[in-house]
Design a protein around this ligand. Structure first.
Ligand code: ADP
Ligand code: MG
Length: 303
């Protein structure tokens, strides 16, 4: 990985890498010629639709009497069409960040905006609606219904879309089972499928709702490395073909190597942002702030 370590701006934006009409490239080789700030600013101009903004988000969990800090002032922008890896050691806050982006959980402070829509202050029902219409999820453990067939699993999230007729639903299911090359296994239940095939069903299910973004928590962690590589290649193919935005958490170097954008978090803070260019990675290092992440607070210590 080629690296140019410089301070990151407070609200770094991860561009999709696609050239906008009339936009001049600031330099042929941004690593040698361009200050990191200018580089990020360049990518930040003219936000396309489908942009996610995480704005100064912190999260603390309450665990009995304790407050467990999980994320500290995370700010980033995820543009449409990126294939973005959230990397970091176990316990660094990857799942917490994915859950906040996915509106599964709400931040303690800060906010998440989807296409300019502020997701804070909504009722659980309204958030569920936002999730259903905007976000596809892929999980480490696949999370399929064991009693439903592959096609029924893919159809399930579509049942809540009353505007879809039965035929339209079925057509979508068939389309996306084909996309993941499981058309022949439509009637199989998860127990009759391999791990890789189960994850393919989960990918088809995530795609079927036509989400703006797909969030995948450690999608290859429960698969052997060859099957995992296949799943990753499939996700990448879908990303290229449909311009579907993918955000996935991982601590696997092989998975990170496939990404075109990278966020590295440690101790709940963004430490590094990366963008793949034709010549390798451009890495921007977050300046280490003097103040440390707040220690776990207990009632005794805070009183
Ligand atoms: P990662 O996915 O990178 O392993 P997590 O986001 O799961 O990290 O966790 C970040 C921190 O928050 C860890 O210290 C973890 O123990 C804590 N944490 C996560 N979920 C909860 C929860 N529901 N209640 C209390 N603490 C939690
Ligand atoms: Mg996790």
């Amino acid at each position: 990985m080629a690296a140019a370590h410089r301070s990151a701006p407070t609200l770094p934006r991860l561009g999709s890498g696609r050239q906008r009409p009339g936009a001049a490239r600031p330099a042929d080789d941004p690593r040698s010629a361009l200050p990191a700030l200018a580089y990020w600013a360049y990518w930040a101009t003219g936000l396309p639709t489908g942009t996610y903004v995480v704005e100064n988000v912190s999260k603390q969990y309450r665990l009995g009497d304790q407050l467990v800090p999980a994320l500290h002032r995370v700010s980033l922008t995820i543009e449409e069409g990126v294939f973005l890896a959230i990397a970091g050691p176990s316990g660094s806050g990857k799942s917490t960040l994915l859950n906040l982006i996915g509106c599964i959980d709400t931040p303690t402070t800060g906010r998440v905006l989807i296409d300019g829509l502020d997701t804070s202050g909504h009722s659980p029902d309204a958030l569920a609606e936002i999730r259903a219409r905007t976000i596809g999820f892929i999980f480490q453990t696949f999370n399929l219904f064991p009693v439903l067939s592959a096609e029924e699993n893919v159809e399930y999230p579509l049942l809540q879309f009353k505007e879809l007729s039965r035929d339209e639903r079925r057509a979508r299911v068939a389309t996306f089972l084909d996309v993941v090359k499981l058309g022949k296994h439509a009637r199989h239940r998860p127990s009759e499928l391999s791990g890789g095939q189960r994850q393919r069903v989960a990918i088809a299910r995530a795609l079927a709702t036509h989400p703006k973004i797909i969030l995948a928590g450690e999608p290859t962690a429960n698969l052997d490395s060859r099957t995992g590589a296949g799943i990753l290649e499939l996700m990448k193919e879908i990303n290229r073909s449909f311009q579907t935005t993918f955000v996935f958490s991982t601590h696997d170097k092989k998975v990170i190597a496939k990404a075109d954008r990278l966020i590295r978090i440690e101790d709940g803070r963004v430490r590094r942002l990366g963008m793949r260019t034709e010549d390798g990675w451009v890495l921007v290092k977050e300046r280490r702030r003097k103040e440390a992440m707040p220690e776990t607070q207990t009632k005794e210590t805070s009183e």
